[in-house]
Write a protein of this length. Structure first.
Length: 421
């Protein structure tokens, strides 16, 4: 079986969904499991709905829910002739649930409410796409990841129960594979043992594809993007980019960890564990080769890669009593970051200071400072950038830091990282 993953950009509107259908038709004779993201910016819109729900702003909540319903109805209207059919009833049912949610009791845990509401984006997109490819003549079946991928209760970033997920997925496919060889399901979501929805972290659909591939012993995984494959830099920031035609699992993990946006960082491990190759290809030009990610790493060092993370906050933490930042102090600091769920992009310590870099839109400094008091004090710089150069040389360092103030620098044999403004 092959596993395909289509992200939000590849299913952003009716024409994009038609393009996905044309790609799938090319593989109709092969067993295929297709993982899809929510349509376009639906996840962002559902997050807005959640904000209004938790803030008890019914006017804005109802308006946002209604606008999102109309968005999906319009897309379905461009795909299907029967405007009173199964797809439209499904959409109406989902949004009726959302509308009624405002008057129902809410859980105290924000993350729980997030997962129950925001996960519906993938449910909607996958159902619409499955019904569309059925109309194209594919024998396809819609699978509900909320019944297949078993997780713990770590809402918004749930951990996988691999053994149970593999058993659930294998049992379902074995019972249905005689009737169809195309399955369409959701990325980003799973479920607890009690049946509550969970999500796997923002942009987690790539990870979902890897989970399904691992559990089905897939022959390969293809992630379909709006770029020709993995590039050595983001074309939004760099004019001349180079395709990385073949890299190793290890290199892909390093690039994803440092912030390359093409692949979710958790995606590679389950594929590497079973030696499943990963292809990154363009849904705009599906005939092109794209990038192959596999075990062999002989080409990894040939092309420098550049990763830029903007809107960063550089935080320097010091003890109030002038004591060393030793293991005890670090344990207390890491406990604060774990409790406040702030991810660290870079860290460095000296005798009296511990500096970290975090995403500006993921940290509330007042909250962090409150948690660190009264033991520690904080100073911070907002609006800085993190530049990572993989397989650097002096020329690439000069290129990326010229005429910029370097606030912090780290270098290893393969990687140079700079916090600049």
């Amino acid at each position: 079986m092959k596993v395909f993953k289509f992200g939000g950009a590849s299913v952003k509107d009716a024409e994009a969904i038609k393009n996905v259908g044309s790609i799938l038709l090319q593989f109709e004779q092969e067993p295929l499991l297709v993982v899809v993201s929510a349509i376009g910016k639906t996840t962002n819109k559902l997050e807005e709905c959640l904000t209004y729900l938790l803030g008890q702003d019914q006017l804005k909540y109802d308006h946002s829910v209604h606008a999102l319903r109309d968005f999906h109805i319009d897309i379905a209207g461009a795909l299907f002739h029967d405007h009173h059919g199964k797809v439209f009833r499904f959409i109406d049912d989902i949004f009726e649930q959302l509308k009624n949610k405002f008057d129902k009791p809410r859980a105290e845990q924000h993350s729980f409410e997030y997962d129950q509401l925001v996960s519906l984006g993938e449910v909607l997109s996958s159902f619409i796409i499955n019904e569309y490819v059925l109309e194209l003549g594919l024998k396809s079946e819609w699978l509900d990841a909320r019944r297949l991928i078993r997780t713990d209760h770590h809402y918004q970033e749930a951990n996988i129960n691999w053994e149970k997920s593999e058993a659930l997925i294998t049992a379902l496919l074995e019972s249905t594979v005689e009737q169809t060889n195309t399955f369409i399901t959701q990325g980003f979501i799973g479920h607890t043992a009690e049946g509550f929805s969970t999500t796997l972290g923002r942009e987690g659909s790539d990870y979902s594809a890897a989970i399904f591939a691992y559990c089905t012993n897939a022959t390969e995984v293809t992630i379909w993007k709006d770029v020709p494959g993995m590039l050595n830099a983001d074309p939004k920031y760099f004019d001349n980019t180079t395709l990385l035609s073949k890299i190793s699992y290890r290199e892909a993990i390093e690039l994803a960890y440092f912030g390359a946006s093409v692949i979710h960082p958790k995606t590679i491990k389950p594929l590497q564990n079973k030696k499943i190759p990963l292809y990154v290809k363009s849904f705009i030009a599906p005939e092109e080769a794209g990038t192959t990610i596999q075990s062999e790493g002989g080409n990894d060092h040939l092309i420098p890669s550049f990763i830029v993370k903007k809107n960063q906050v550089l935080i320097t933490i010091s003890s109030l009593d002038f004591s060393f930042i030793n293991e005890d102090a670090l344990a207390k600091i890491f406990e604060v970051f774990y409790t406040t769920r702030i991810k660290i992009n870079l860290m460095q310590n000296s005798a009296l200071n511990f500096s970290v870099l975090v995403d500006g839109d993921k940290v509330h400094m007042d909250t962090l400072i409150k948690h660190l008091n009264p033991t520690f004090t904080c100073k911070y710089n907002e609006g800085v950038e993190l530049v990572t150069i993989r397989h650097y040389n002096q020329a690439t360092v000069v290129q990326m830091t010229a005429n910029r103030e370097v606030l912090l620098e780290q270098r290893s044999r393969q990687t140079a990282r700079f916090v600049i403004r």
